[in-house]
Structure formats: C-alpha cells, structure tokens
Design a protein around this ligand. Sequence first.
Ligand code: MEV
Length: 328
Amino acid sequence: MTLSSAPGKVYLFGEHAVVYGEPAVPCAIERRARVGVERRDDGRLRVHAEDLSLDGFTVEYGATTDDRPDVNVSESLLTAATQYVDSAIEQVRDVTGDDEVGFDVTIESDIPLGAGLGSSAAVAVAAIDAGTRALGTTLEPDELAERAYRTEYDVQEGQASRADTFCSATGGAVRVEGDDCRSLESPDLPIVIGFDGGAGDTGELVAGVRGLREQYEFAADTVEAIGDVVRNGEDALAAGDLEEVGRLMNFNHGLLSALGVSSRSLDAMVWAARDADALGAKLTGAGGGGCIVALDPTPETETALSFTPGCENAFRAALTGEGVKRLE
Ligand code: MEV
C-alpha cells in the first residue's frame, strides 16, 4: 500500500470575491484525508471510502465512467469517493504515461464533505500523490497542486479555484490572486471550527453573488471591499496581530452576509463564537451551510459552539505548515 494524506483548509479571508480577481487567504488545517492505493493488474479502480461524514461504502468499477454500477449512496459521497478519485487517477496516468493502470483505493477523511473545508481538494492531492508514488514518481508540491487543480476543474466543470488544492498540497497560509498562489508567513492561529452538519450548493451560491454584482453597483463595491479586507488581513497576519485578524474576519463575515451567502445556522455559530469572546468569526467557503471559522486561544468558543442550536460539531483545528504527507 502507498499511503498519502493531505490537509483541508479554511478561508481566513476572501471567498467569493476571489472569483472576481480579488485576493483570498486560505490556510491549511490539521484535519486530513488519507488515501491509500494498491496497484491492480486488471486496469480497474476499486474505491473504498470510510469516515466521509456518513456510512462507509465500497464501489467497484472499470476504467471507463460508463461502466459504473448504480450505487445507492448520497450524491456527495459518490462525488467525493468516485468522481474525484477517477479524475485524480487520470492525472496519475497522464504523469506516468501508464494509461492502463488500475488501483484499489481506500479513502479515510476527517474533513466534513462540502462544508467549506476543502475535502475534495485534500482527496485529490492525496490520491495523486499516492498514485504517482506507487508507480515510482514523486511530484513536487507545485506540480501536485497543479494536477489536483485539474482534477477539481474537470469534476466541477470549470468551476474551481486554485486555492484549495494549492493550500492542501503545500500547507500553511496561502495568498491566492487569479492563477497566482504563494505561501504567506503566518503566526500560529488558534482556529476553532463550528459545523452545522450541512453543506451549501457552491454553484448556486456563486451564481447568486454574480447576479447581485451584475444588478447592483453596491454589490460590486461589496465584493471589492472584501478585497480590501483581505489586503488588510495580510498585513495583520504579517505583523502577527491576531486581534486585528479577528476584527477583519468579523468584517469579512458581514460583507459575505450582505451578499446573501450566510445562513441562520452559520450566523448563530458566528454570534455564539463572538459572545464567547472569540477574536473573530466568519463563515468559510461558499456558505449557505457548513462551517464557520473562529479564532480563540481559550476553550470558550469550542464549548459555546457545542451548546449552540444548529451546531452539530465543534472542534479545534490548528493551522498546519505541512501539506501532503507521505505516510507509507
Ligand atoms: C468555495 O470554497 C469558494 C468560492 O470562492 C468559490 C471558488 O473560489 O471557487 C465561493
């Protein structure tokens, strides 16, 4: 077995506005997807996925997508466990030139699916890394990020940014602007996550913001204002000023809320974190449901979130400087 893991991420600043060329700052968190691969001689892919927030399942299918069985699992699980792996293995085939190779693939993940924590990017990064290594090629993090980006781009039909895959491959805090991704210096961040158990529809939420931006000049100004928050946030991170980082996260959440991408449960968790004296709190990712990220060096926010109606799970997830990890 060749085994790799890759981290999920939170957006400290800038989701949605990044779609229009503004900068964003995602950062990798110590919650991982682990992908193990074993080569098969018959060119088929067998995917076994466990702990993807729902029940484990096994899917076996051939090298072509038409060949798939009708499997009764949730759409999101099927997407995560088969489409991303399928596309990631295509990248492995492309890198290694071995068009016929098949694998037994096992996925374990402690990143909630579709909840703004970059679960699919982590699966793509770990699958490509394990698959290429199983065939004797070790990719540099930049190339791994590029290949994983292509995986997301294919599966999401062109609706992918480089943020999640770059962050997952390299680890740490990252600045993304258009196609340009680079690592940022960051202090340790006392990150607490609240998860409402749900997931937003990224395509619909992105389309909603696009519509508002086209209809109202003030919505376009709001998107630009998020860009200004991000630039200030970068300075605050560079200065290690966590109080200012938190204040700007609050501001960022307000602007996202104005753009209609928050929800009752996300707002309830953000306010619970603020009431517990977190330095700041905001939704992370596309919104509509899923996760919030708060900064709190004390245990207060995690405790407060665990008693907040609408919060299914609250946990601490440290910023990790380690991207892809080669485990076996
Ligand atoms: C979704 O995780 C982040 C968005 O900015 C969309 C994207 O950047 O592709 C909402």
